[in-house]
Design a protein around this ligand. Sequence first.
Ligand code: AR6
Length: 167
Amino acid sequence: MLDLYKGDITQLKVDAIVNAANRTLLGGGGVDGAIHRAAGRGLYEECKTLGGCETGEAKTTGGYLLPAKYVIHTVGPVWRGGGYGEKELLTRCYLNSLKEGISRGVKSIAFPLISSGAYGYPLAEALEVAVIALAENTPADVSAILVLYDEKTYIAAQETLARLKRE
Ligand code: AR6
């Protein structure tokens, strides 16, 4: 099951939220910065023990001060024009994050639109990868929520979902 939500992922009372991190896993700007600020120092301390993360992979920590029980950190590809395996890597972010969540028994998992901010992935393409990966791979008893931070992105996501349902 895939739902869309407009707003701040750090506020969601779900079993797990996914973080669009970088390979150090030590924090940054965008959604990563927001998650670290909301979760507090404990998240940073646990992230320091993880040894970073490769692009396309995912690693799980506790949620600390967040309403979510877990944070699943994944590292999206930097957009370099589309000819450097970006689509495959971005798809693997969604699939590996789902896998991490499922292995911990989560029933609700919220995703940001990975790579679509600082990493420069074009919005329409980022949405298509996210919607297809989540709609096709989320088990029936798990609720996946794609979180869009602003109105424009939320409307574009609704259109992408509606179009892919028709096809
Ligand atoms: N809730 C939901 N979505 C958000 C939030 C929020 N609180 N804040 C931003 N977004 P980005 P990336 C949206 O740049 O492109 C970091 O510095 C945002 O509007 O956060 O994967 C990391 O450390 C955009 O649509 O992640 C890395 O260095 C989406 O989240 C790098 O940025 C992703 O934007 C990762 O870049």
